[in-house]
Design a protein around this ligand. Structure first.
Ligand code: PGA
Length: 260
């Protein structure tokens, strides 16, 4: 059994952010596929994915073909089409073979005005197009210091999932990413990660017990090969969303190995 527990398949996803040109993406994915063996996900104990810039998606899908490695986008618009200059719609991603999409990453919330209201439409729109949403939630350092971590997570999870039927909840992956741990090298302690991921699961269980039990909750924020084993062994942590360390094939493969 995996760290994810009896019924849940671990997911380790690399969030490349705004790194890698198309040529670099093809090379990194090819290297990952060779390091991970038959498939990013070949052994089915762990699902592996890369979340790339839009311009890299086709090359990543081509390089990953037949390997089981999943390919995710990093954002999308909630409408299936329309007059929204500069945006990308879910059906556009689905048609080119994308498996899912990161939604609500803290960098989008912080720098690009992503709101919980928009997310409450984006999450069902992703599912309607057949994409797996990786919904990111997490508190700032100020919120944690003020004792507001649970209130922040409750607000985000409740609002972002409100457009889903209970029967759809388990199709979402929730990434708990404390903002103070992203790109800072300051990782959550195992106690903090377990407590927050368990709390997120309980929020979903309050709507539907089977959904809470099946839901994958992953941790993100300065995950590296050396801290991954401890984090991935936690009972309510079903994988990792990896930023910086996912840009290096060897480091990312080492984190995947920790999930196996
Ligand atoms: P990091 O980023 O691993 O570089 O902290 C995580 C993320 O933003 O998803």
């Amino acid at each position: 059994m995996t760290a994810a527990g009896a019924a849940r398949t671990a997911l380790v996803a690399g969030n490349w952010k705004m790194y890698k040109t198309e040529a670099q993406a093809a090379e990194l994915v090819a290297r990952l596929v060779s390091l991970l063996g038959t498939g990013g996900s070949g052994d089915s104990a762990v699902e592996v994915g890369v979340c790339t810039p839009f311009t890299d998606l086709r090359a990543a899908v081509a390089s990953a073909a037949g390997s089981g490695l999943r390919v995710f986008a990093q954002n999308m618009h909630q409408e299936p089409e329309g007059a929204f200059t500069g945006e990308i719609a879910a059906p556009m991603l689905a048609e080119i073979g994308i498996d899912g999409v990161v939604l609500g990453h803290s960098e989008r919330r912080q720098y690009f005005g992503e709101t919980d209201r928009a997310l409450s439409a984006k999450v069902p729109a992703a599912l309607a197009a057949g994409l797996t949403p990786i919904l990111c939630v997490g508190e700032t350092e100020e919120q944690r210091n003020a004792g507001d971590t649970e209130r922040t997570l409750r607000h985000q999870v409740t609002q972002d999932l409100e457009g889903l039927a209970d029967s759809q909840l388990a199709e979402v992956v929730i990434a708990y990413e404390p903002i103070w741990a992203i790109g800072t090298g300051k990782v959550a302690t195992p106690e903090q990660a377990q407590e927050a991921c368990g709390f997120i699961r309980a929020l979903v269980s309050a709507r539907s017990d089977p959904a809470g039990a099946a839901l994958r909750v992953i941790y993100g924020g300065s995950v590296k090969p050396d801290n991954a084993p401890e984090l991935l062994a936690l009972p309510d942590v079903d994988g990792a969303l990896v930023g910086g360390a996912s840009l290096d094939a060897d480091a990312f493969a080492a984190i995947v190995a920790a999930a196996r």
